[in-house]
Design a protein. Structure first.
Length: 381
């Protein structure tokens, strides 16, 4: 409801429609906000696998997530996060090819393809040449691939792994790339640009002609037992964390269930997408809800990976959003007091967590592009 009211307020004035989220965020900027997690969730100790073989890699991206987001969420949950089970932590430098402060287009492209690109570009180099992502490379090498997000599928991060465009705002063009991307499992929102289009194309029909099943709800998706899936459950983004429940975790585990049927292994990208939105809005309450939802999803994935024994899990971010600072709080009460310094992105390095075989490759300080090259090498792509 909170996000619905925000969107409604933004629609009041056509003149300010595009700048409204930042205007509303400005009213909260540099002011203390207090958040208390009333009901903390349980976290268990996960025993890491002992083997060295890497058959699968799951890359989890908290869009806009910094160490401050993680530490604030840790404090709110009384000093416990599933992320604490990770075996190693590194730091990633997020600048892009033509700007110090990146966006999700360029930041996600670096993670997806191993190349720095210009601000606002998705899946292409600075000259506009399409780049191969980890999803594409996995498919070319006989592996399966998947993407599961809580945002609209024309948003930058999923597009970085599946599409190619010099401008992330070319939304109608971007979504058409999904038809030929070859990814085996896609989950997210954004149906409004897949059907009833101005050009008359029905992308759902085209996807079915490519062999995809196109469920439009979780209930439909849950019943699918095998095959390629392209599931869009909402017109734009998926609902708020409190409204959708553990949808990201369920969609992620369904991806694993289907992709793991390939004996050669798989690559899967999972994104906690709306951390970025609530950082832009400078809304601490929603930001912590989304961060905790992402952490619980991390926990579900890591528990599965520990049992599987041949899966590397890497958790990182494409950049930081909001300039979040934890200024006070009380650990025993799950209370945090925070401020935001910007309604945009900041230039801080972001964490890279790792769990499972190959975890030791993700320590130290390195470029965001190195995440791609390390995964590529470890998977033998």
């Amino acid at each position: 409801m909170k996000r619905i009211l925000l969107i409604a307020a933004c629609a009041v004035s056509v003149m300010f429609s595009e700048m409204c989220p930042n205007v509303m965020a400005q009213s909260r900027r540099d002011k203390e906000q207090t958040y208390v997690l009333q009901t903390p969730y349980a976290v268990e100790k996960i025993t890491p696998p002992k083997g060295k073989k890497i058959k699968n890699v799951i890359l989890m991206i908290g869009d806009g997530m910094s160490l401050m987001h993680v530490y604030s969420a840790w404090t709110a949950n009384r000093g416990k996060l599933w992320l604490d089970n990770c075996q190693a932590v590194g730091l990633s430098k997020t600048y892009c090819a033509n700007k110090l402060i990146t966006d999700s287009g360029a930041g996600g492209t670096a993670l997806a393809t191993g190349h720095k690109t210009n601000y606002h570009m998705v899946g292409v180099d600075p000259d506009g040449k399409p780049l191969e992502s980890l999803c594409t490379l996995a498919n070319k090498n006989g592996r399966s691939s998947g993407v599961a997000v809580t945002c609209r599928l024309w948003d930058a991060t999923p597009a970085d792994f599946c599409c190619h465009n010099t401008d992330r705002d070319a939304e109608d063009e971007i979504v058409t790339d999904y038809v030929n991307c070859g990814v085996d499992y896609v989950f997210g929102g954004g149906s409004k640009l897949f059907e009833n289009r101005a050009d008359g194309r029905d992308l759902f029909k085209e996807l079915r002609e490519k062999g995809y099943q196109t469920p439009r709800s979780w209930e439909e998706l849950a019943g699918i037992k095998q095959g390629k899936v392209f599931c869009i459950t909402d017109t734009v983004d998926t609902p708020l964390p409190a409204e959708r429940g553990d949808l990201l975790a369920r969609a992620s585990m369904k991806a694993i269930e289907l992709l793991d049927q390939n004996p050669n292994g798989f690559f899967l990208m999972i994104e906690g997408s709306q951390l970025d939105d609530y950082g832009h809005f400078n809304d601490l309450d929603l930001l912590m809800q989304e961060t905790h939802d992402f952490d619980r999803t991390v926990g579900r994935v890591m528990q599965w990976a520990a049992q599987d024994g041949e899966t590397l899990v890497v958790v990182t971010a494409d950049h930081e959003t909001g300039g979040l600072t934890l200024v006070d709080g009380e650990l025993n009460e799950g209370k945090i007091v925070c401020k935001f310094s910007t309604g945009g992105h900041s230039g801080v390095m972001v964490p890279v967590y790792s769990f499972g075989p190959g975890y030791e490759n993700f320590t130290g300080i390195f470029e965001n592009t190195d995440v791609f090259w390390k995964i590529k090498k470890l998977m033998g792509l």
